[in-house]
Design a protein around this ligand. Structure first.
Ligand code: SF4
Length: 452
């Protein structure tokens, strides 16, 4: 089972990193606030986005079939994958048909979720992540720690060392501009030699049969410009009715993600390039199981990352502490729905402050979801001691006389018991906290005295 408290403790052991991580993400959150205030109709946009997503999910089969038939009319090949294994198998087959040995890939959380990179590498296909943050974590052999800012946990000095090892830059180089230039030179060579490009999909337009990919670096466009094969992998929830609704989401996405007015590149792919192939792989991988459940709204997520930037737990525990592909509030909610046993600690990595709900551009009720998931999670065996403790508490709380006697007894015990008997490694609560000294008389005793 994922042990979020322990992982968070490890992250917090480096106090400087923890402080800097917190501040960096809060800076992005504040940028988002300023961008949001510049749009007077912000709340109307959020409402519209929520309604469009709810409507599309209600008619998901219809819109996916509409997308498929229109995309095929445009000359796009459409494939369906029920799970991660089928997705990997389809992508590998398409690459083999093309004889592709070198692939450039723009950011796609779905390919992370399906473990595509290690699978292709095991088949002898070189995969280069071309988003700068993704490339940094790929070279560092780490998973991304954030869905929009994958290398946010690394400082520029660490990036300098990673680049020195893999790109041959000066190990003392820490200037972000010069490091970015080195990455650009390195990636240009990868773009020029690529046999195929893989991208994610931000939105699929059912009416037009096209896909939309948003990046800030133009790497999806560069990657797909030269090779004859473009494979776009999308979760089935990415479909929206048509280009008419797209503006609602693009206005919300960039502002919520990084505080920009627009994503630098919003690229539309409506047909394959001349002589080339454009293949869209639509992946379920557990998504349809969320339909018709209270958790359905989780499929509305447009992966802006705003809930992570604002979450006090995420900012202070880092993305890797969640050990799930998508971290933070939305990641905890999704993981808790999929595997409550494995991810039982994640719904508790939340203060229920509801800050995530307040910033979410599609108004997902994240903190309510996490609260409800807690109820399911406490049934897993690891929570047995907590359940026993709560049963004892319930016994005393239902019997006021017993409760008063127990509190009195506990107060005395705390006074006379040797300290080491109370504060030891078995009492993890007491590791960072001190119980206040019990008052000589309880409130009730004082109250009764004064009444008399
Ligand atoms: S849940 Fe909302 S705030 Fe969080 S990543 Fe998804 S769309 Fe953004």
């Amino acid at each position: 089972m994922v042990d979020h408290p322990r992982n968070a403790e490890a992250f917090l052991a480096n106090a400087e990193r923890a402080r800097w991580h917190d501040q960096a993400l809060w800076f992005v959150r504040q940028k988002r606030d300023r961008a949001m205030h510049s749009v007077p109709e912000w709340e109307e946009l959020r409402q519209a986005a929520e309604q469009i997503k709810a409507h599309t999910l209600e008619h998901l089969g219809h819109y996916l079939e509409r997308f498929e038939s229109q995309a095929q009319t445009n000359g796009i090949e459409v494939y369906w994958a029920e799970d991660a294994a089928e997705m990997r198998e389809i992508v590998t087959r398409l690459l083999k048909e093309q004889g592709a040995k070198r692939v450039v890939k723009s950011k796609s959380m779905l390919t992370e979720e399906c473990g595509l990179n290690p699978h292709l590498e095991a088949k002898g296909i070189e995969v280069t992540d071309t988003d700068l943050g993704e490339r940094i974590v790929q070279l560092a052999k780490q998973p991304p720690s954030h869905i929009v800012l994958p290398a946010i946990h690394l400082r520029k000095e660490e990036v300098g060392r990673i680049f020195a090892e893999h790109l041959g830059t000066d190990p003392s180089e820490t200037d972000p501009e010069r490091l970015t230039r080195a990455a650009r030179t390195h990636l240009r060579q990868k773009f020029l030699k690529a046999d195929a490009a893989i991208t994610g999909v931000n939105f699929a337009l059912a009416e037009e049969g096209g896909i939309v990919v948003c990046t800030n670096e133009g790497n999806a466009d560069l990657g797909t410009a030269l090779p004859d094969l473009h494979i776009a992998c999308m979760g089935l929830e990415k479909v929206i009715p048509s280009a008419r609704e797209l503006g609602v989401f693009t206005r919300l996405l960039a502002r919520s993600a990084t505080g920009q007015a627009v994503t630098a590149y919003t690229s539309h792919f409506l047909r394959p390039k001349e002589g080339g192939r454009l293949c869209v792989v639509i992946v379920d991988n557990g998504r349809s199981a969320l339909l018709d459940k209270k958790a359905e709204a989780l499929l509305s997520c447009i992966r802006c990352g705003a809930c992570m930037n604002t979450c006090p737990v995420y900012r202070r525990s880092g993305g890797h502490s969640y050990q799930s592909v998508v971290p933070g509030p939305i990641g905890s909610a999704l993981a808790g729905e999929r595997d409550p046993g494995e991810y039982a600690t994640l719904p508790f990595a939340c203060t229920l402050c509801a800050s995530c709900d307040a910033v979410c551009p599609v108004r997902i009720d994240l903190h309510d979801r996490l609260y409800e998931e807690r109820e399911a999670c406490v049934q897993v065996p690891a929570f047995a001691p907590k359940r026993r403790g709560l049963r004892i508490a319930a016994f005393f709380l239902a019997r006021p006389k017993w409760r008063r006697a127990a509190v009195r007894g506990l107060g005395r015990a705390l006074k006379y018991l040797p300290r080491r008997l109370i504060y030891n490694r078995f009492n993890t609560w007491g590791l960072d906290r001190e119980l206040p000294r019990p008052a000589p008389k309880s409130f009730r005793e004082l109250y009764e005295e004064r009444q008399r």
